[in-house]
Design a protein around this ligand. Structure first.
Ligand code: BDR
Ligand code: CA
Length: 316
């Protein structure tokens, strides 16, 4: 069975990504590594511990990752993140803290060990900045070839960014890390705004979770409603909230949910377009493509899988 590592800045859609992974019997979630973005790394780890407990999976270990980009001294949550994900990252919904602590092994070392242990059977899904995996590649360069595949949520190729016209939130936090990963990965699929803004959720679906009448269902519904409400203000034309991070998990579980265009990608790390994800002109004619960009998605099938899997997890 494939093994999965989720690397999360546990905000609302990251929490939905955890739920999707726990509802996917085809793949084993062997660990969650914490990063920063929607919230500080420590808060994201706290959320991941609490959510896995609430959903009945306290066996999933959670690891602390790096708290900021290597190019910066610290990280501060952007005010827009609180508006979209709440001050606590999970829509300001209060759930019990876990009794568990994060593992003592640092996230970067866990990623390196897992790549060496599971090789081609490991899928690594970062749904925040790629600071941890870039650090792992630098510390143990051999794992770039050992790690089976990366399915990342981030970037955009055919639509504008969501931070500004050229950059998406996860890439914008650490463009240097993303560029390093894009250039060194053996096999990565970019699940960016091109597809994640096609997969939308509305209050109708979250009511299904509320109707379960239990704590897990109420949490998922209240948290996601906060996120939908933010989208009503920031992107009213969409008519729902983007299922960014769970789509990346969906693709890790079933790559046929998307159509992928093979392109060797890079990230602009200098100049006014810093953070832009774009094809690498120097590798344009290299027949060996190490990355693919998801440009089409089977929306009805994904939404069906999303609701079935997460509702099953919440029901238990
Ligand atoms: C990405 O940014 C974060 O706010 C979300 O969790 C998602 O990973 C979307 O651009
Ligand atoms: Ca995220």
């Amino acid at each position: 069975m494939k093994k999965l590592i989720l690397d999360l800045d546990t905000g609302v859609d990251d929490a939905l990504a955890i739920s999707y992974a726990l509802g996917s019997p085809e793949i084993e979630l062997i660990g969650i590594t914490g990063t920063y973005g929607n919230v500080l790394m420590e808060q994201g780890v706290r959320n991941a511990l609490a959510i896995t407990d609430l959903l009945g999976h306290p066996e999933v270990p959670v690891y602390k990752g790096l708290p900021h980009a290597s190019t910066k001294d610290s990280f501060e949550v952007l005010p827009i993140s609180s508006f979209i994900h709440g001050d606590n990252g999970i829509g300001d919904v209060a759930i019990p803290d876990s009794d568990r602590e994060a593992e003592s092994e640092p996230a970067v070392d866990f990623i390196i060990d897992a790549a060496k242990t599971y090789g081609d059977d490991l899928v690594y899904v970062p749904t925040g900045p790629q600071t941890n995996i870039a650090a792992a590649f630098k510390k143990a360069p051999e794992i770039a070839d050992q790690l089976g595949s990366i399915v990342l949520m981030g970037g955009s190729l055919t639509v504008p960014g969501n931070v500004n016209a050229w950059t998406e939130a996860n890439i914008s936090q650490d463009p240097d890390a993303a560029d390093y990963v894009f250039r060194h990965t053996k096999h990565a699929t970019m699940v960016g705004l091109d597809v994640t803004l096609q997969t939308l959720l509305t209050y109708k679906e979250t009511q299904t979770w509320r109707d379960l009448g239990n704590a897990a269902g109420a949490f998922l519904a209240d948290m996601t409603d906060f996120y939908i409400k933010a989208y009503e203000t920031t992107a009213p034309h969409l008519g729902g909230c983007g299922l960014h991070d769970p789509l990346a998990v969906g693709v890790a579980v079933d790559p046929t949910l998307v159509t992928v265009h093979p392109i060797n990608m890079k990230v602009d790390v200098e100049g006014p377009t810093r953070g832009r994800t774009i094809g690498d002109e120097e590798r344009l004619n290299d027949p060996h493509k190490t990355m693919g960009v998801a440009l089409g998605v089977d929306v009805p099938r994904f939404l069906d899988e999303f609701m079935t899997r997460i509702t099953n997890v919440a029901r238990q």
